[in-house]
Design a binder for this molecule. Sequence first.
Ligand SMILES: [Zn+2]
Length: 84
Amino acid sequence: MDEFGKHMENCPECKEELSIRFLVTEGMKHLEDGGEFNLQKELDRRLDENSRNLQRHSAMIASGRYLVTTLFVFIGMILILFFG
Ligand SMILES: [Zn+2]
């Protein structure tokens, strides 16, 4: 888990891949449940937990990655809305 976390820190490609996978699995799960959900809020919460454990990044890098992640949230939502 430590190795995995370190790799996610240093490999933006894997981190983005993980974000997409999270959005897809989480989105599908909630759609199957039929319940209401807030993907953005849920992802924010998870990223929040993550950033508490990984505090080596500067605020600049963190906010840059946050913007990238937000972009993927929108892409994920569009995919779910149109193809879900
Ligand atoms: Zn990687």
